[in-house]
Design a protein around this ligand. Structure first.
Ligand code: IPE
Ligand code: IPE
Ligand code: MG
Length: 247
């Protein structure tokens, strides 16, 4: 890994302009595979390799929270072979990623529903979350079998089961029922592959996130592309509905 202080000082003179939480819609694996004359699963394999590389880059940049959109609740509509293939890739690679997380003191979280995932994968995710739960260097959340609407409906069900009355429900309480409870909202949402939509990602949490979309396909999203996204982020003026003296 690059020397943190040198990278930070050279590229980012104003540390405050760095996003604390970066969430990524890792799109374009299928198109990348087609471009290279390969089956779609080869694109997913390459996408997983790149997810590791980008986490390392963001670690070096001292980003504290990284959330990766790995598999949406709508992705079940894909052909069975593709869905099973994606889960197999995760199974093949997760042990290595957990070792990496332990070495670097990264906490792994899971967003979404474990129900419905293959039991072996479910066990491995539970193990990863449990083993790394006290790590403090960075939090990497895997949105896997995740959908923003599903998360909100789940939060409402949970509130009702807890017997919370309508008058006691406010935003602060509601966010504690989301799978991101305890985490700051994303500052920057990056989408690769060129689409300009959220595709059911972090619907509640994205309220004031800065959105950055690039046509670069996920397996090609490298260090230079991270820098471009950060530069674009630094140039945004975040008002949160307010006005600033320069407005
Ligand atoms: C994103 O890449 C990965 C998942 C949704 C699992 P895609 O598989 O959607 O790639 P494209 O959009 O077809 O290129
Ligand atoms: C979003 O990509 C989901 C993930 C990256 C996991 P999709 O490829 O599923 O999104 P749509 O279908 O183009 O909206
Ligand atoms: Mg896609």
């Amino acid at each position: 890994m690059a020397d943190i202080d040198i990278v930070t000082a050279m590229s980012y003179p104003n540390i405050d302009s760095l996003p604390q939480h970066v969430a990524i819609i890792m799109d374009g694996n299928g198109r990348w595979a087609r471009q290279h004359g390969l089956p779609r699963l080869a694109g997913h394999w390459e996408g997983a390799t790149n997810a590791h590389r980008v986490v390392e880059i963001l670690f070096d940049r001292r980003v504290k929270y990284v959330t990766l959109y790995v598999f949406s609740t709508e992705n079940w509509d894909r052909p069975k072979e593709e869905v099973e293939g994606i889960f197999q890739i995760l199974m093949d690679r997760i042990d290595e990623e957990v070792e990496f997380a332990q070495r670097t003191k990264i906490r792994i979280c899971h967003l979404g529903k474990l129900d419905g995932l293959p039991p072996e994968l479910r066990n491995k995710i539970n193990h990863a979350v449990e083993l790394t739960k006290s790590n403090k260097a960075m939090t990497v959340s895997l949105a896997l079998n995740y959908g923003g609407r599903d998360e909100i409906v789940g939060a409402v069900q949970h509130l009702l089961r807890d017997g919370i009355s309508a008058g006691n429900v406010d935003e602060a309480l509601f966010r504690r029922y989301l799978s991101t409870a305890g985490m700051p909202d994303p500052d920057l949402i990056i989408r690769t592959g060129g689409e300009m939509r959220l595709s059911n990602f972090l619907l509640w949490q994205a309220a004031y996130a800065e959105f950055y979309s690039t046509p670069v396909l996920w397996p090609d999203f490298n260090c230079d592309e991270v820098d471009k996204a950060f530069i674009a982020y630094r140039e945004r003026r975040r008002r949160f509905g307010s006005v600033t003296p320069s407005d």
